[in-house]
Design a protein around this ligand. Structure first.
Ligand code: SR1
Ligand code: MG
Length: 388
């Protein structure tokens, strides 16, 4: 029988003391600081150290108890963090303790950093964020792929990261619902005619269906699964990727697509004169991803065809094409689906906000439909500028 009960600030403090992370006599401060959609996050501070206690709730916090959700995701997150910590230690928070029954992970306190989405909205540029995130994605993906592990070991690991309920959220909220008059959709009335055009755009729906199939069936590597700018803590020098509860074996292009889509949506929220650093991040993350993936491919590869001329070049081009499509879908769903982004929702002036959301929809749709016609990040940035 499971011993799950949801933590309070008091029971979170008792737990960290019982685990010996702090002395029984120490006076600790504890605050629930979770502002995500799904979990409680307790920040516990002592005299000399501090920790984060993250607990999954048996339902989606963003909707309430009417949307039950598996607690298994805490175990997925904890195991994904440990693997990401193995392959990309500089960019992953340290895990101190986890408990499957209580659905908790106790980890490094990153409160000296800031959630990148918040910082980017407030005009921070984080000069190293794209380089670090590109390395994180290339290393975690390559290291869990057939190329690095060999098919047998990879399949064994893949079996332990099935994550059907969280994948179902993505399949619904990202790939399906925005293209139909679904109850989960949430958009401003001023966008209704734009949204109805999307629902009637058969060509766009066919592309969405093709990309959804890729997400459903491609098990290339262990993805983070939700790598938007709210899943990154950053400063001018450091980057840490958090919250891999959506981790599962999926297509290589998915994580980089969500990172770049959220950068483009941040660019939409900035005045034109402040957009260049964001465009530079999009070029850098692709450069670094390609460079690092190539380095790992050449250094350690179990695939017999690894040195076959043209294979790596074809694979990187294929990843770019699928990522361009996934990026467009993320730009569409964050505008009209259930889960929005503060970058766009936070634009105070109604007409400016609606215009930015219309741009996110039209540019997103172009990325989805024309994904085969782009081959470099600079071309994506050019297309984005044309769409403004
Ligand atoms: C009910 S969860 C809504 C969204 O929040 C997560 O961060 C994922 O992006 C998901 O789609
Ligand atoms: Mg999250």
């Amino acid at each position: 029988m499971s011993s799950y009960e949801s933590l309070t600030t008091e029971s979170a403090v008792s737990l960290v003391k019982k685990l010996g992370l702090f002395a029984q006599s120490e006076s600790l401060s504890c605050q629930e600081i979770g502002d995500g959609n799904l979990n409680y996050v307790f920040h516990i501070i002592g005299k000399e150290k501090s920790v984060i206690v993250k607990q999954a709730l048996p339902y989606a916090k963003v909707v309430g108890e009417s949307w039950p959700l598996t607690l298994e995701r805490a175990d997925i997150e904890n195991r994904a963090l440990r693997l990401q910590g193995k392959y990309a230690p500089d960019y992953t928070p340290k895990v101190y303790y986890s408990d499957k029954d209580l659905a908790i992970t106790i980890m490094e306190d990153l409160s000296h950093l800031e959630i990148a989405r918040t910082g980017l909205i407030n005009g921070e540029d984080y000069p190293l964020i794209a380089e670090h995130t590109g390395e994180f994605i290339a290393r975690t993906l390559y290291s869990t792929s057939d190329f690095a592990m060999g098919p047998q070991e990879k399949k064994k690991l893949q079996n332990t990261f099935c994550n059907p309920e969280l994948c179902d959220i993505t399949e619904g909220l990202v790939f399906t619902d925005p293209f139909f008059d679904a109850d989960t959709n949430d958009f401003e009335e001023g966008l209704r005619s734009d949204v109805e055009k999307i629902w009637q755009d058969t060509a766009l729906k066919l592309h969405a269906a093709q990309l959804k199939r890729l997400f459903l069936t491609s098990g290339d590597a262990l993805l983070h699964g939700d790598l938007h700018t709210g899943s990154i803590f950053a400063s001018a020098r450091e980057t840490k990727v958090i919250d891999p509860e959506f981790a599962f074996y999926g297509p290589f292009g998915f994580d980089i697509a969500h990172f770049t889509a959220n950068l483009f949506m941040n660019a939409l929220s900035r005045p034109e004169s402040r957009r260049e650093p964001v465009y530079a991040h999009i070029a850098t993350v692709w450069d670094v991803f390609n460079r690092e993936f190539t380095r790992l491919w050449k250094e350690d590869n179990k695939e017999a065809f690894a040195r076959t001329e043209g294979y790596l070049k074809w694979l990187l081009a294929d990843i770019f094409e699928q990522a361009t499509g996934f990026m467009g879908l993320e730009m569409i769903r964050r505008t009209i689906g259930l889960a929005h982004v503060k970058d766009l929702d936070g634009i105070a002036d109604t007409e400016t906000r609606l215009e930015a959301k219309r741009r996110s929809l039209s540019i997103g749709a172009r990325f989805v439909k024309e994904r085969r016609q782009f081959s470099t990040a600079d071309e994506l940035v050019e297309a984005f500028k044309e769409g403004l």
